[in-house]
Ligand binder design. Structure first.
Ligand code: ADP
Ligand code: F6P
Length: 324
């Protein structure tokens, strides 16, 4: 028989993402509606190990749905990667009567959730990362806000780039994944999109492309460069030297992680928070929530972590053709 869940915990972990607050709010209010006690753990696994644990009520999550960041705070915690840290985390859960935990974060946080469930604490993960790099889901909390923030910024750079007839390199976030670069590259009409999944380090091809576009009468040349490729400033210097066209680099950085979440981020975060709470209370463990074919589903964490995803050849090809 599944163990009875009387108290659940919720924490946010890894990089923050707009919409995490909507997920926390949904967990708290759905939990209370189902008659369980809800504990908020501050600063991710680090806060768990330091017992930064407070009981939450409906008012604790008032006025947060529209706010970026996470009211619980987040952290990275190497101690939790070790068995001793995981055992201590589970003991602390038991000390506070926490029978089940909801972890909102990326795939690193999922690994922590998997380990916590191995220690006997029922655990469910919710995908929260601006990078969209979790293979088991079509949607991750924060991606929609991040791409809209980046898209607006890139539109502004395009204005000045055209006025000055410059080449502009805009570096967007994504150390290991190029989804922000790909989506913004297409949405902003970039001439070149450099993503870790596909980049062949052929800078000469980019230079040739800039020269060819200038001959065609293009007034600007936008290059969206994912953080994983990096070196935007030195790349700008090399391109300017090779083409004779003034080139500027802008690194958008952490502005992409903040700000008011979009409607889509708030809606999906709310639905996934509620769904995670329901399956946790029903006794499920070692699961992660995802969106597949537009539906909210839950998947075994081990299976989810074994999955991989990448940018398709077709998407990449289209992104290249449309900017030429
Ligand atoms: P994200 O969740 O955004 O991918 P990280 O990869 O930084 O972010 O992971 C967040 C936290 O999850 C880490 O600081 C660590 O506490 C925990 N974590 C990551 N990997 C593991 C692991 N293999 N085992 C246990 N905990 C992990
Ligand atoms: O995972 C989200 C993300 O913003 C990545 O795109 C980026 O590489 C990383 O986090 C940056 O992390 P930090 O907060 O350590 O600068």
């Amino acid at each position: 028989m599944a163990k009875e869940i009387k108290t659940i915990g919720v924490l946010t972990s890894g990089g923050d993402a707009p919409g995490m607050n909507a997920a926390i709010r949904a967990v708290v209010r759905k939990g209370l509606a189902r008659g369980v006690k809800v504990m908020g753990i501050h600063r991710g696994y680090h806060g768990l190990l330091n017992e930064e644990i407070v009981e939450m009520n409906s008012r604790s999550v008032s006025e947060i749905i529209q706010k970026g960041g996470t009211i619980l705070g987040t952290a990275r915690c190497n101690e939790f990667k070790e068995l001793e840290g995981q055992q201590r985390g589970a003991e602390i859960c038991r000390k506070y009567g926490i029978d089940g935990m909801i972890v909102i974060g990326g795939d690193g946080s999922y690994r922590g959730a998997q380990k916590l469930s191995h220690q006997g604490i029922n655990t469910i993960g919710i995908p929260g990362t601006i990078d969209l790099d979790i293979a088991s889901t079509e949607y991750t909390i924060g991606f929609d806000t991040a791409i809209n923030t980046a898209m607006d910024a890139i539109d502004k750079i395009r204005d000045t780039s055209s006025s000055h007839e410059r080449c502009s390199i805009i570096e967007v976030m994504g150390r290991h994944a190029g989804y922000i670069a790909l989506w913004c590259g297409v949405a902003n009409g970039a001439e070149d999109i450099l993503i870790p999944e596909k980049y062949d380090y052929n800078e000469q091809e980019i230079i040739n492309n800039i020269i060819a576009n200038r001959k065609k009468g293009k007034k600007h040349h936008l290059i969206i460069n994912a953080e994983g490729i990096g070196h935007s400033i030195s790349m700008a210097r090399r391109i300017e030297a090779a083409t004779g066209i003034e080139t500027r680099a802008t690194i958008l950085g952490h502005m992409q992680r903040g700000g008011r979440p979009t409607c889509k981020d708030r809606y999906y975060a709310s639905m996934m928070g509620a769904y995670a709470t329901d399956i946790l209370i029903e006794g499920k463990t070692n699961r992660v929530i995802g969106v597949q074919k537009g539906e909210i589903v839950d998947i075994d964490i081990d299976q989810a972590l074994a999955m991989s995803k990448s940018v398709s050849e077709y998407q990449f090809e289209v992104s290249r053709i449309l900017g030429r």
